[in-house]
Design a protein around this ligand. Sequence first.
Ligand code: C2E
Ligand code: MG
Ligand code: MG
Ligand code: MG
Length: 283
Amino acid sequence: QAKQAGRNTLRFFDPVMQAVAVRRAMLESDLRQAVSRDQLRLFYQPQVDERERITGVEALLRWEHPDYGMVPPGDFIAVAEESYLIVTIGAWVLETACRQLARWSSEPDKAGLTMAVNISPHQFQQPDFVADLEAILDRTGARPQRLKLELTESVFMEEPDVAKATMNRLRAMGIRFSLDDFGTGYSSLSYLNRLPLDQLKIDQSFVRTLFKDPANRVISASIISLGSNLGLEVIAEGVETQAHCDWLAEHGCTAYQGYLFARPLPLEALTALLERSTCAAGH
Ligand code: C2E
Ligand code: MG
Ligand code: MG
Ligand code: MG
C-alpha cells in the first residue's frame, strides 16, 4: 500500500508535469492582470458576401504580452475558460467591440457593418450575461441588430434549455447568432431548428482540406444544404484560395471569411481596407 502511494507520489512529482503546472499557473496570474494592464487587443477579420463585398467583421482577441509579443487566443483562451477569467476578458471584448460598432453607426458607409463576437461557454452561462450585455449596449450605444454572437455547440451540451432561454432573451433584444466551428462538436442535430440561430459557420478544418479529402467536400456540401433548408445563412471560415471559394459558391454558400479576402487586422488596417473596398453594408 505504502509502495503504491509512493509510486503515485513519484508520478505526481514528475518534473515535466510540474513544469507544465508551473507554466500554467504563471500564465493564469499574468492573464489575470492582462485586462487591468491594458494588454488585450481586438483584431477584426472581414466577412464578405458572394460578390466579395465586406458585410461585417469578426472580432478576434489578441494578448499583447510585454515579453512574448502578440499572443494568439489559442495559447490562452483554454486557461481563461477553465479559470473563469474568460468572464472578465469576455466582458472587455464585448464592450470594446460594441464601442467600435457604435462608432461605425455614425459613418454612412460603415453603418450597416455587423460585428461578430466569440462567446465561450462559461461566459454565456453566467447568470448575469444578458443583463451585463444589455448594460454594455446602453453604455456604448451599439445597435443590437448589428451584433452577432458566435457560439459553439459545446454551449448547448450541459443545459440546453437554459442556453435556449438565454438565446431567446437576447434574440428579443435584436441580437443575432452564429453557430461557430459547426460540424466539429458532438451534439445532436435536433437542436438546430429549436434554437434562434441565424447562421451556421462551416469549420475551417473542413474548408482547408476541401480538395485533399473527399469526405470534407461531402460534409461541407451537407452543411450548406442543411443550413439553407433550415433558413440559415451559411458562412465558410478559413477560405484561403479562389478555388475553395468557387467550390463553396457552386454548392450554395453565400458568405465567406478567410485569408483570401483579409487576415484579422488591427483597427487602423481594417479602416484603410474599408476605405478602399466597396462596403456592401453601406448600400
Ligand atoms: P474561431 O472563432 O473559429 O476564429 C477563426 C480563426 O481562424 C481565427 O483564429 C482566425 O484568425 C483564423 N482564420 C481565419 N481565416 C483563416 C484562413 O483563411 N486560414 C487560416 N489558417 N486561419 C484563418 P484566431 O484569431 O487565432 O482565433 C482562434 C480561436 O480563438 C477562435 O476561433 C475562437 O474560438 C477563439 N477566440 C478568438 N477571440 C475570442 C474571444 O474574444 N473570445 C473567445 N471566447 N474566444 C475567442
Ligand atoms: Mg468565431
Ligand atoms: Mg470558427
Ligand atoms: Mg475555429
